[in-house]
Design a protein around this ligand. Sequence first.
Ligand SMILES: C[S@@+](CC[C@H](N)C(=O)[O-])C[C@H]1O[C@@H](n2cnc3c(N)ncnc32)[C@H](O)[C@@H]1O
Length: 379
Amino acid sequence: MLIRMSKKPSKDDLPLSSDASHQLGEYLNRSLHGDCVEVLKEIPVSSVDMVFADPPYNLQLGGTLTRPNNSEVKGVNDKWDRFSDFSSYDRFTEDWLSSVRRVLKPDGTIWVIGSYHNIYRVGAILQDLGFWILNDVIWRKTNPMPNFRGRRFTNAHETILWAAKDKSSKYCFNYDSMKALNDDLQMRSDWLFPLCTGSERLKSEGKKAHSTQKPEALLHRILIAATKLNQIVLDPFFGTGTTGAVAKRLGRNFIGIEREEDYVKLARQRINRVKKIAEDELLASVTKRELPRIPFGWLVEKGMLEPGQTLTDIRRRHLAKVRADGTLITADFRGSIHQVGAKVQKAPTCNGWQFWCIEEKGKLVPIDTFRQKLRADLH
Ligand SMILES: C[S@@+](CC[C@H](N)C(=O)[O-])C[C@H]1O[C@@H](n2cnc3c(N)ncnc32)[C@H](O)[C@@H]1O
């Protein structure tokens, strides 16, 4: 059943954002009502930066599941999750994936979340359509639903496929932001989050308003990982609008499409309550590669370090003298801060900025501190 999108703007829709609105006009920052394949035909080609999709799982549940105390388990048994067989699910998957591929920019990425019921089928179709899988992230649930019948393992995770539009796409990955989020350790592909519960879970007449509302924390990580401020995120299976709520808070634009009218209303009200974090400075993801390059020689030219000054490492095992041309010299070697750092340690490479220090009032200060001061002056 195809439902045409209602073009009439709702009072609950957000005002359009400035820079991207020229291309997407009436679709931007709105929760659109309709079938995603139909609505996407109206969205301009190559216009969105990232897609997050949480499609029906095709759980194929039969009968009623009860707990040991005979209470009924409220699983996912909605009509939107019913398909007659695997091939009809595959046709549906190919249709919506082709539609989002058309509107995704060449350097854009897509994230698709699913369970063992559908994710392998989705993964194969993604690859057949030309997407290039970058990671399969495991969302491990801290509070999964137990396996009440005790006939299988507790199903405690979902898989999120992250793919670029093409093998050659220059996609956005905010590596340094991810590392910072993870206490300065490289972010891994296994993520630990609870299911969406408590006050975050939308309720209608005292019951869950939607059976599969995703946690905002998951979307926060995804948007910070793979988008920049003001970019455009599409969610073709918007449900309660989790993607839109997090996108708004983080200063990203969104387009949400949802087929069930009740969910559309819920999403609009929810997103209207969200406030964008006020300062863009707090939202921009600055990668180290984007920071202005500071040659070591500038420190010498600017008199922050003197020719002849001695540098040492944090354990005071090696000494080198600064030369007027911004290179270092030891008894055996000469070269850049990185080359000499590597040679004295007999290491293949060395980040000289972090390795070399100067002594100030009895304390060792990494030369990187001077680089940061210079960078701050450049702003
Ligand atoms: C798994 S839920 C998404 C939940 C959402 N991520 C959230 O946090 O609330 C899938 C949603 O897709 C919607 N849906 C199913 N088929 C659709 C279609 N062809 N076009 C648009 N929405 C569809 C369903 O109504 C359902 O709300």
